[in-house]
Design a protein around this ligand. Structure first.
Ligand SMILES: Cc1ncc(COP(=O)(O)O)c(C=O)c1O
Length: 386
């Protein structure tokens, strides 16, 4: 194999998003022939890590409010379940997640064969995109919404049809329905929505689903449902039980605090799930993740405590933003989407990591009380310098 003169980063960096692939191949014939349509997709970039910012600032204490994670450490029983499962990792995990499936089915009061598990709900969203995408299809979703919908749509070779949120940052039901074309196979609804935190009422979700032709799969991504307390919010799980063209995704990464283990599930009809599983890699959920999620489900009282904490701190942060005259969206989640005119990375100098949103807006996760105080202090300090 010929040795290249430049490190890969330089080659990619120089051409990323600009030159068509053929031009790159002509100049660098040693590069494998990657799909040209992947050129304008950037690999998923999470927010900066605590370790990275702590090392840069030389401090031990950084508040990471960038990834909508659960701020509390794992429950001791979950840590014990992880350790116990660790002893058996020489074997492949249960590909049918029987113990976790039965616990989840009992918890949701749904039949076991209506559940589908994955390595985080991202794994399921990816498999869904691949199963319904491909040339000659289009995929409808709101914008701004969860970035993965756009990435998966491109990877799947489907045409993205993006529908702006309303001026209040809410999904726009009539425009979403109008956006469905003859070649549309997939519609994502993020409820409550990331990055805005806003929600659709159950009746709006049902109205959209009622308008959509049967050939279009509607994915209702409810990653943040536990934090929603609006009286008109309700899960779309009953619709996914009834209809072949509705799938609802949930995750153990948020209120259950298992983001680091990667486990999520979808509810749908057995026939739909059988089709969707075809595009998923085998053994998607590790034995350790299955054991931890099964144990976490047993502690609904403590889940409720986390939800109460989030509600209290979310209200406190919203009130503080109101007091400071900073516009924000109405959040039904564990984060707030609010105006910020400066550079989001300037928070790092104050030991706080937030997530850049769209121009002039950022997304801040609700953390522990002290972390939220720190964020508010940093916000005031930065705003006073702007
Ligand atoms: C709306 C939404 N859906 C899905 C996910 C993916 O979660 P996970 O893959 O950790 O289950 C996220 C992660 O932040 C999200 O915000």
């Amino acid at each position: 194999m010929a040795r290249s003169l430049w490190p890969i980063e330089n080659r990619r960096g120089r051409f990323a998003g600009s030159a068509p692939c053929d031009a790159i191949f002509a100049i660098f014939p040693t590069m494998p022939r990657f799909r040209a349509d992947l050129d304008h997709i950037n690999p998923y970039t999470p927010g900066r890590s605590i370790d990275e910012v702590a090392a840069e600032l030389g401090i031990g204490d950084v508040a990471k409010l960038a990834s909508n994670e659960c701020p509390f450490p794992s429950w001791p029983e979950v840590v014990e379940a992880i350790a116990a499962a660790g002893a058996g990792v020489n074997r492949y995990p249960d590909n049918d997640q029987r113990v976790l499936r039965s616990a989840t089915a009992a918890h949701l009061d749904v039949p076991e064969d209506h559940l589908w598990f994955g390595g985080g709900s991202s794994d399921l969203l990816r498999a869904i995109g691949l199963a319904l995408g491909g040339p000659g299809t289009s995929t409808v979703y709101a914008t701004p919404s969860f970035v993965l919908y756009r990435v998966i749509t491109h990877i799947a070779g489907s045409k993205p049809v993006e529908v702006p949120l309303t001026a209040d940052w809410v999904h726009d039901p009539p425009r979403l329905v109008e956006a469905i074309r003859d070649d549309t196979t997939l519609l994502y609804l993020c409820n409550p929505n990331n990055p805005t935190g806003t929600h659709l009422s159950f009746s709006d979700v049902k109205w959209i689903i009622d308008q959509v032709p049967d050939r279009v799969l509607v994915v209702v991504d409810e990653a943040y449902l536990h934090y929603a307390d609006a009286p008109d919010f309700a899960t779309a799980v009953p619709l996914a039980i009834e209809r072949d063209n509705v799938v609802v995704t949930h995750t153990f990464s948020k209120v259950y605090g298992l983001a680091g283990l990667r486990v999520g599930y979808a509810v749908g009809s057995p026939a739909t799930i059988r089709m969707l599983r075809k595009t998923q890699a085998p053994f998607p959920v590790t034995a350790v993740a299955q054991a931890a999620a099964t144990e976490a489900l047993r502690h609904q009282d403590r889940v409720a405590d986390r939800v109460t904490h989030n509600r209290r701190e979310r209200s406190r942060l919203s009130a503080a933003l109101d007091y400071l005259g900073i516009e924000h969206a109405e959040s039904q989640t564990n984060f707030l989407f609010h105006r910020f005119a400066g550079d989001p990375s300037s928070f790092a100098l104050h030991g706080v990591i937030v997530r850049a949103g769209i121009d002039g807006w950022i997304r801040t996760t609700v953390g522990l009380e002290g972390e939220n105080d720190r964020f508010l202090g940093a916000l005031q300090a930065i705003e006073s310098d702007l």
